[in-house]
Design a protein around this ligand. Sequence first.
Ligand SMILES: N[C@@H](CCC(=O)N[C@@H](CS)C(=O)NCC(=O)O)C(=O)O
Length: 361
Amino acid sequence: MQTRHRLVLAGLYNCTKYPVRHSRTSHGYLVTRQLFNIRAMTTTAANQPNILKWASQDGEFRRRPSSFRNSISREPGAEYPPEKGRYHLYISWACPWAHRTAIVRALKGLENVIGLSVVDWYLGDKGWKFSSPDQTPGSTLDPVLNSSHLSDLYFRANPEYDGRFTVPVLWDKKTNTLVNNESSEIIRMLNEEFDDFVDHKFKGVTFYPKSLRKDIDELNEWVYDTVNNGVYKAGFATKQEVYEAHVTNLFKSLDRLEQLLANSSGPYLLGNVLTEADIRLYTTIIRFDPVYVQHFKCNLGTIRSNYPQIHKWVKHLYWDIPQFKATTNFEHIKKHYTKSHRQINPFGITPLGPVPDIEPK
Ligand SMILES: N[C@@H](CCC(=O)N[C@@H](CS)C(=O)NCC(=O)O)C(=O)O
């Protein structure tokens, strides 16, 4: 088996006082984890975790590494083998990271193989909660554990857990635990490990083809840092110079993507093949004009007015490939950001525009 090494944390958090531990996942990833106490980093005066505090003292938002990094694998003897009906995916329609997993689940025809629960769009001081579709259209209850909040799952998996309670979550109903909460790894598992259970037309469909892996990895790296996470770094900044640096980098990367699409030999980032790189970029671009432009102050331009190639690309994905539209819920997206981030938008008013959320082709 090819050995894959993954450095989970290095460089993400400047907290050298926390120890580093190495372990190997069932997928063969060597995982280097820096164990740090989130509670100690985001505490209120009363020493309680403050779930709504996003930026650090220096004005920077730093995304924390995901904690559960096991893998579903077809390899003989794997701790978490693929099985129909065994795993359950918890997502938010609002969250771009969770959205990636919903798209791949749909594109691989895994709806009858892996169950899905959707949290309420409102993220409050107890974290994500479950609501019935009657209370909040588009949301679901938790049919697996009947939890009220997503945090219940994290504590069920690890009573000592002291990180953030993030979506997506990939849950194993058989061993009653959280397998993985890192979207970039979950999409690879959905892409690669369940072919024995999907309809024949989905078998062998891959969004990470061997011949393009190098290009996809390269793209993912800078797109993640400056675009997917870049909008958050600009939007959550609490110092002017921090915001300006990130918003400038973000628009430089959009310019670069515009060029890439202009020179592409097909409708996708890497030519005629839809890849993971398109899926990962889509979840940020589809939120860009409706939310990030005004809410995260990413307003040096809009996709619809200033980026014709990216605009064409996103309209093609949304209007021509049903799984993209079916997993895009503008109501959850707009309400989540504008009504949950009270430090940015204290009255929770959701702007009506832009109209429409996405332009017709
Ligand atoms: N690295 C994670 C990031 C997931 C993430 O940050 N999810 C956000 C929603 S967009 C979340 O659940 N935040 C809740 C919180 O931090 O309390 C991944 O890609 O899966």
